[in-house]
Design a protein around this ligand. Sequence first.
Ligand code: NDP
Length: 254
Amino acid sequence: MTDPRDEANDLNGKVAVVTGASSGIGAATARALAAAGARLVIAARREDRLTALADELEAGGGEVRTVAADLGTPAGAEAVVAAAAEAFGRIDVLVNNAGVMFLAPVEESDPNDWDAMIRVNLLGVMNASRAALPHLRAAGGGHVVNVSSVSGRFAGPTQGGYNASKWGVNGFSEALRREVHADGITVTLIEPGIVATELTDHIPHPATKTRYEGVVRGMDPLRSEDVADAIVYVVTRPKRVAINELLIRPLDQG
Ligand code: NDP
């Protein structure tokens, strides 16, 4: 006879919110969570992309709502969470994934790019988590998954602003984890290495962009689906299991 304590968290009928779902890791995560049975709220700024993804998932039998919002503002983050609660009446999983990576040497960095990285990558995670907590508690517990980066652990040239934003995500996640674990809320930090996505398209410093693209070309980078798999894995463990942190790099990245 199986021990009920070994039962995995079942996503069937559960409600998952995925930010930054209009491309890359977020879109792949939405697909993977929908395939595992979750109902979804997907958010980002590009509404056309969200609608196309929602159509695709609904054609496969999924239940999806889209929210066009700027996660870099408290109102945007709150609107995403409120829309999810209104649409489905509960929230079980929040995947804080929206992010930007404006790499440049410190002296050549645009303060507006730093501002955007802190607002979206760090404050977006904080504001969405804050707004979601009452709903996770009301559902009897739940899961916050914060997509940080290898850059939340290892710092390097041209990454100052990005490192600062992701280092912040790591600190916030650990504080939140310790604050809410007793309420049945699990907090997991996901730290991907290089993943082939649109993230690099927006690197503002030409020499940095060229160098970064060369590094990516010289390896077999992760696919968004690899990170999505990891996210589905962490949210479907038995309830007693809390994966605090997951570092996942392409084999080639060393
Ligand atoms: P993408 O550029 O493909 O995805 C980024 C997502 O974030 C998009 O859906 C984008 O949507 C959304 N986004 C950006 N700014 C905002 C905003 N202000 N409001 C709402 N949504 C926003 O890149 P990835 O999939 O690679 O990035 C996803 C996460 O993974 C990021 O947090 C990134 O830092 C992290 N990561 C990526 C790695 C990589 O190598 N690719 C490595 C480690 C971590 P839209 O533009 O429509 O708003």
